[in-house]
Design a protein around this ligand. Structure first.
Ligand code: AMP
Ligand code: FES
Ligand code: ZN
Length: 281
């Protein structure tokens, strides 16, 4: 496991021992395994747990991260979105009618980035594994969502207002991270989020596992061949499109985050949830 993480870190130039690493941890098997491995490899890691207010599920997830941090004497910050921004995920879903996973994912990414900027971190490292990335690639390519396909690449460079991001578990499957947390006897929370039922990721993962059973090594080939053969061309195509369409990023009028509109997606969504009227000119 450690060797696979080291290989990914080196191969994609994710970070070095002098970098300050922000590791968002959910309390699930992947981020807990990654936390343990990065500590064992002596990287400078600061963990961040985002409490989403999804009833008992969020309480238990936060408790696990606290337990790990105490047992390993590892740095952890917990951000409660209700205390910080005045809403939780169930309220956001009710008010916006958006799918929970989409609103939750964007909110978490916003919180990671804000924290990383405030603390001068060099890179944000998440626990997405090979199954997560292959499922996302299948899902995005079914509608030729090119940006979604690019987002499966294990390292995304930092740009104006956005911190560099990396996914060092790219070479490890869900089964492997599960085996790791069990054999290492790490505290871990194995329940699924109550909003995850019927999520596309579950369907895509089942389909990929069906193929993998017939063709061992399929998931690895599917992802790595995409990175090698298609990613560079799609990346270039999307960059050229941005220049041609003259898409310039501005700063959000409320929080300063990069956006093409006056307000960033997070501030617009938060205003909708809390019935705040935003000034437009
Ligand atoms: P998921 O989207 O739930 O599969 O999670 C992917 C990765 O995002 C995890 O491995 C963590 O690194 C991070 N993550 C997910 N949920 C949280 C959370 N509530 N707080 C902090 N990080 C999280
Ligand atoms: Fe985000 Fe379930 S953890 S919707
Ligand atoms: Zn904003």
């Amino acid at each position: 496991m450690k060797r696979q993480v080291e290989k990914a870190v080196r191969r994609f130039q994710m970070f070095t021992h002098s970098d300050k690493i922000l590791l968002p941890v959910s309390g699930g098997k992947d981020s807990i395994a990654l936390w343990d491995i990065l500590l064992k490899l002596h990287f400078k890691v600061h963990a961040l747990h985002v409490q989403l207010g999804i009833s008992e599920y969020s309480e238990k997830s936060a408790d696990i991260t606290k337990r790990f941090s105490e047992e390993k004497n590892a740095k952890l910050t917990i951000v409660n979105i209700n205390e910080e921004y005045g809403f939780n995920i169930p309220l956001a879903v009710e008010k916006t009618k958006l799918p929970a996973c989409s609103i939750c994912g964007t909110t978490k990414r916003y919180v990671y980035n804000k924290f990383a900027q405030k603390e001068n971190m060099d890179v944000i490292v998440t626990g997405h594994n090979m199954d997560d990335l292959a499922a996302q690639l299948r899902h995005s390519s079914s509608t030729w969502d090119l940006e979604g396909m690019l987002a499966t690449y294990p390292v995304r460079p930092g740009k104006q207002g956005l911190i560099k991001r990396a996914k060092p578990l790219v070479y490890l499957t869900e089964k492997e991270t599960l085996t790791y947390v069990i054999t290492q006897k790490l505290p871990v929370f194995l329940e699924e989020c109550p909003f995850s039922q019927g999520a596309w990721s579950i369907v895509e993962k089942q389909e990929l596992n069906r193929i993998e059973n017939k063709k061992p090594g399929f998931k690895y080939q599917y992802l790595t061949q995409f990175y090698k053969k298609a990613y560079p061309a799609i990346y270039e195509f999307e960059e050229k499109k941005k220049i041609k369409n003259d898409i310039k990023l501005k700063s959000c009028k409320i929080c300063g985050a990069p956006t093409v509109k006056d307000y960033c997606w997070f501030c617009r969504t938060r205003a909708k949830i809390l019935d705040i009227k935003l000034e437009t000119n």
